[in-house]
Write a protein that binds this ligand. Structure first.
Ligand code: MN
Ligand code: MN
Length: 288
């Protein structure tokens, strides 16, 4: 399951993530569901083109297509880890999760079902949103499979909003509230990084604190340094299976200006890489 040759990619003109092989869970002509043959895969990348849960600037529904397009440039050899990534990890593009674009409940059901199929095949799901409301159904499927997991949540926001703000429970500002209340996250294993900006009230972090979550604001990142901070988080995670959920607005809008909810004072691109690398040495969700 290595990458397709760059010239082969140019010839056929299709754009799978990282020029990976594609296995679709749906017949693309009739939309009839297919039993995907994920067996043997370590990781399955799924796009979720959905932004009906966003509160400000939409557009995240296009992200899976854009990320596929730019990822076609990425070569397989990792300079820092000194390894050929797609020789070590059998990764495939599982296509996009499909649902009516205006129906958030159907989105959650579809994402939950497809992430469960990936887990049943023993592979790790790699979900590319979409707005952050797509994280809740992914976490539900993961917690059904593994029990409560460790979560590294990288975001400008806590995402523990309630019904109060918009009169709606399921949008991009609430996935962590549901994950906590539904017991999807292990006690002491919520690690929130990059949090900043003004809060509505001093106790906004209380819900995360109620399960022993740790909160690293951008001031903490600045003071401690990302490498040191992540070494501590890695130590706390120990052998727990871990799910990394990364909101693009964690990165400073100077680097990622297209996000729906830009908040200044965020992570640099370099800090984002330095943050993800230590997580790669955690126990993977897929179990391989
Ligand atoms: Mn956010
Ligand atoms: Mn978020």
């Amino acid at each position: 399951m290595t990458q397709q040759a760059a010239l082969g990619y140019l010839r056929h003109g299709l754009t799978p993530f990282f020029r990976l092989p594609v296995i679709l869970p749906m017949d693309h002509r009739t939309a009839a569901p297919l039993e995907p043959t994920y067996q043997g895969a370590n990781a399955v990348l799924l796009g979720v083109p959905h932004d009906a849960g966003t509160t400000y600037q939409p557009g995240a529904r296009f992200a899976p297509f854009e990320i596929r397009r730019v990822s076609a440039l990425v070569q397989g050899h990792h300079l820092e880890h000194s390894c050929d990534v797609f020789d070590r990890i059998a990764a495939i593009d599982g296509g996009n999760v499909a649902f009516p674009p205006f129906d958030r409940a159907l989105m959650r059901a579809a994402v939950d079902g497809e992430v469960a199929q990936v887990l049943d095949a023993g592979a790790a799901p790699f979900v590319v949103g979409g707005d952050h409301s797509v994280a809740l159904p992914a976490l539900r499927a993961i917690a059904r499979h593994h029990g409560p997991v460790a979560v590294v949540h990288v975001d400008a926001h806590l995402d523990t909003g309630s019904l109060e703000t918009w009169g709606d429970e399921f949008h991009h500002g609430t996935p962590l509230r549901h994950a906590i209340q539904e017991g999807l996250i292990a006690k002491g294993q919520l690690h929130q990084v990059g949090i900043r900006g003004p809060w509505g009230a001093a106790d906004e972090g209380a819900l995360s604190g109620s399960i022993g979550g740790t909160l690293a604001t951008m001031a903490t990142v600045e003071a401690r340094g990302i490498a040191h901070l992540m070494a501590e988080i890695r130590e706390k995670i120990g052998e727990h299976p871990v799910y990394l959920t990364f909101d693009i607005d964690a990165i400073d809008p100077a680097f990622a200006p297209g996000t729906g909810t830009p908040v200044p004072g965020g992570l640099t691109s370099r800090e984002a890489f330095a943050l993800i690398w230590p997580c790669s040495r955690c126990a993977p969700i897929g179990g391989r």
